[in-house]
Design a binder for this molecule. Structure first.
Ligand code: 9MR
Length: 365
């Protein structure tokens, strides 16, 4: 993958601990062979790295960064300010009452300086604020918003920049490919820029399914964000092939699969027709990415093999999902081949264009 897209963008994967510690040797080898960028699936989230007020746990995160360095990969940080996987003590005092603005800002500052500072010059860029938008495009009513106010985003970016002035600063979110949330993000980017924040890139997570988002929507979204002067990355790509169980965006219905086996139809393997549909779907999305290669730095998958995907447990626990390019035995799927073919077609088209312009120049002379 990394070689096929060398002229286009980095190809990344979100890693779990068994991959970056090497305890899963097969998947660690697969990561080294295929990817030139990594993201930490959970190791750098607040609840893991900073579980108690005066206690940081850098063991796994250090090993994540070392793995990336040892393999000459572009190392991404995820995520500093988010409403999930953040311990309750961040937002509440010992009596369970919300802390005040000054206290929370101070806590945010300590966290960002400690975590970003530790990996200064080693982690290339950070998802500074993650998922701050609600479905209607307004700012989500998170504890960050309610306690600090809407300027918590500007503060977070200023702190991250101060902690590592060379680090790239990202805003990362899901379902921003279309609709009011896309418009909300456009407003948010403008507001951050007006406040003097140098946002490097927007991360489109791209948790897709077989029908959504349309390639046109992705094409438009990349164009619209890039027009504002930011790069656009695909940061959490996967394609859910299972019935949606009526869950809306971001809603964890927490169903147990035992309650309805129709929600888990492919426990004995993916039917060939769905396998092909997945391959076509990956090809059409990658065709959009290569079209925009000049505006993008990275396409990152949210996981490595189907076995480890979060989509086996969301929005229904205990399912057998098939969202990635490598199967449960770490073998490439038809979707892997179709993604490589898309890279090959892009290369051939560029080659042809270069040839055409060379012969045009030849005629002119
Ligand atoms: O893949 C992650 C999973 O292991 C965690 O349990 C989950 C907790 O919310 O977060 C998952 O990763 C999320 C990412 O950090 C932000 N965007 C959505 C991802 C999928 O939920």
């Amino acid at each position: 993958l990394k070689d096929a897209f060398k002229a286009d963008f980095l190809v990344g994967a979100a890693l779990n601990e068994s991959q970056f510690t090497g305890s899963n040797a097969v998947e660690a080898a697969l990561v080294k062979a295929q990817f030139d960028s990594i993201s930490p699936e959970n190791a750098l989230k607040w609840e893991n790295v900073h579980p108690e007020p005066d206690h940081y746990n850098f063991g796994p995160a250090d090993r994540y960064v070392k793995f990336g360095e040892a393999n000459h990969m572009v190392i991404i940080g995820h995520a500093l300010v988010w409403h999930e996987q953040t311990p309750a003590w961040v937002f509440q005092d010992q009596n369970g009452r919300p802390v005040d603005r000054a206290t929370l800002l101070n806590c945010m500052s300590n966290h960002i300086f400690t975590v970003v500072g530790r990996y200064k010059g080693r982690i290339k860029g950070w998802d500074v604020v993650n998922e701050a938008l609600a479905a209607d495009g307004s700012l989500r009513q998170s504890p960050w918003f309610k306690i600090i106010g809407p300027d918590y985003l500007v503060k977070a970016y200023q702190l991250a920049h101060a902690a590592d002035p060379a680090a790239e600063l990202y805003y990362n979110d899901y379902a921003i490919e279309d609709g009011p949330k896309r418009q909300g993000l456009i407003r948010l980017i403008r507001q951050l820029q007006a406040a003097g924040i140098h946002l490097t890139a927007v991360g489109i997570q791209e948790h897709a399914n077989l029908n959504w988002p349309t390639p046109q929507a992705v094409d438009e979204a990349i164009t619209m964000f890039h027009r504002l002067g930011v790069k656009v990355n695909i940061t959490e790509l996967d394609i859910n092939v299972l019935p949606d169980a009526g869950a809306g965006n971001g809603a964890d219905v927490g169903l147990n699969v035992a309650s309805d086996p129709a929600l888990n139809p492919y426990t004995n393997g993916l039917p060939a027709s769905v396998q092909q549909a997945l391959a076509r779907r990956y090809a059409e999305l990658f065709a959009v990415y290569v079209k925009h290669h000049a505006d993008m730095e990275r396409v990152t998958f949210w996981g490595v093999t189907d076995a480890g995907s979060w989509l086996n447990d969301w929005p229904v626990r205990g399912r057998t999902n098939y969202p990635l390019l490598f199967d449960r035995a770490s073998q490439p799927k038809p979707a892997f081949i179709s993604v490589l073919e898309t890279a090959g077609q892009a290369k051939a088209a560029r080659h042809q264009a270069a040839g055409a312009s060379a012969s045009l120049t030849g005629t002119a002379q």
